[in-house]
Design a protein around this ligand. Structure first.
Ligand SMILES: [Zn+2]
Length: 457
């Protein structure tokens, strides 16, 4: 069926223009002022922006952690994604030590298949750095289009040694992939935690204190240095503070292939939230933790001068009852918070509407750059002829209030409860299918497809 979106302002890599978009067979057929079609279903986008479908490069559906599992399934999380204007997620296939990377991807594909309502891909997180494990990297790239690999320098069950991390960089670089890094130095955090607990400091504020700026900044610096030496592009996930961002800016200045992701929570919230009672503070326990107001300001300025490449969410929700596991010890609070549904609205409201970023920058960090970096372009990430018809009709003037009881994410709180925001996703099209209408999901069978990705170029 043909679909015509008319009278909207199309936000694409060609700029912002008042034009119509015609969709045929799931792809964008033509875009222009005079484009029309007699036998098309019509969406009137008067007063609205027509954006490329959002791409969230950092989500964790059904993630096992600390003896529990993140509360959004691929089904609930992907419906929430669509309602918030995100049509593609890149989730994580986390290797469980003892299993091969082949087993990891097969298990993860099985988990998401026939359940996911938006399109999806996986970064593969390598937690076993042995030679035999790393042998499958090339196979993952050619067979499954997995072109990005996540690494950790912290957390016992996840971290690689320097030698293993360098080996990953070398192999992935040679195969024209990209390595992503969770930048925290495990030894620093471990020492801080031991000291805090020995002093009886068990409340959530010590989650922040132990996961220090120093731990993040140092891992960022080391990761950049090693990536440069091994010849591999590096993407630093969830940059939360000014020092780490400064290391990335310096590397960019030198011409290194490095990319920075931050998240709405590091732009909008800060560490003062940990000074509340346990029942409030627990909501914000995530790694890295929320930082200072000065860090926030620096991240906004990095966004404004195009130094931040993407704004992902690190969406990893846990119910309040799951968070209670750490009532007597902050180390036992599952790490993570919800955010996939509000990403576009929050960033539009706090960024574009308040004058801190342009529409082009908004498009870049919510969609275009992720598509380019992770090999989803030119099908995804733009409103361009020949691309997948993933489109968002976004009402920039709609004012609304964020309330947990109204969200689609399977979690019983919001980090932004009561926030009044300006800008809301109205209709969403996934490869030509209307999947959200007037803010409500149109529930059919899950239409999400697994996306094989191109190599890094
Ligand atoms: Zn994450």
């Amino acid at each position: 069926m043909n679909l015509l979106i008319r009278n909207g302002t199309v936000v694409s890599s060609r700029g912002e223009r008042f034009e119509n978009v015609l969709v045929k067979d799931g792809v964008i057929w033509s875009v222009g002022l005079n484009v029309s079609c007699d036998d098309a279903k019509v969406i009137d986008a008067t007063g609205c922006l027509v954006l490329p479908g959002g791409i969230d490069p950092h989500t964790h559906m059904e993630l096992p952690q600390m003896g529990t599992v993140s509360s959004d399934t691929f089904t609930t999380g992907s419906i929430a994604a669509l309602c918030g204007g995100t049509t593609t997620i890149i989730d994580f296939a986390n290797q469980i030590r003892g299993e091969s990377l082949r087993e990891t991807i097969v298990r993860s594909l099985g988990q998401a298949k026939n359940k996911t309502h938006c399109d999806y891909a996986f970064h593969v997180a390598i937690t076993d750095g042995s030679e035999s494990s790393l042998r499958d990297i090339e196979w993952l790239m050619t067979e499954h289009g997995v072109t990005s690999f996540k690494t950790f320098l912290a957390y016992e069950a996840l971290m690689l040694t320097e030698q293993q991390f360098r080996a990953v960089l070398r192999l992935v670089g040679k195969a024209h992939g990209i390595v992503t890094l969770h930048a925290e130095v495990g030894a620093i955090i471990k020492k801080n935690i031991a000291e805090a607990l020995a002093s009886g400091n068990c409340s959530p504020r010590f989650h922040r204190a132990t996961h220090s700026v120093e731990a993040e900044a140092q891992a960022t610096m080391l990761g950049l240095q090693w990536a440069a030496e091994e010849g591999c592009p590096l993407y630093v996930v969830h940059v939360s503070n000014a020092q780490a961002m400064q290391h990335i800016l310096d590397a960019k200045m030198k011409g290194q292939k490095v990319f920075a992701e931050t998240c709405p929570q590091y732009l909008l919230l800060d560490e003062s939230l940990y000074e509340q009672d346990f029942d409030e503070a627990k909501k914000f326990v995530m790694s890295p933790p929320l930082r200072s107001a000065a860090d926030r300001a620096m991240l906004w300025s990095a966004l404004a001068n195009d130094s931040v490449d993407t704004v992902g969410t690190d969406h990893c929700p846990f119910l309040l009852s799951q968070k209670d596991a750490g009532r007597n010890n902050f180390c036992k609070i599952p790490n993570g918070a919800p955010g996939i549904e509000e990403r576009m609205s929050l960033l539009y409201s706090e960024g574009v509407a308040k004058g801190g970023m342009t529409l082009a920058q908004f498009r870049n960090v919510t969609s275009t750059r992720a598509a380019e970096i992770f090999g989803l372009a030119p099908k995804k990430g733009d409103v361009a002829v020949g691309g997948d018809a993933d489109l968002v009709v976004f009402d920039p003037n709609c004012r609304w209030r964020i309330l947990a009881k109204k969200q689609h994410m399977n979690v019983d709180y919001s980090c932004y409860e009561g926030y009044e925001v300006c800008g809301k996703t109205r209709d969403v099209v996934l490869r030509g299918n209307v999947v959200v209408r007037d803010g409500n999901p149109v529930l059919n069978k899950p239409l999400g497809q697994y996306l094989k990705r191109r190599i890094f170029s």
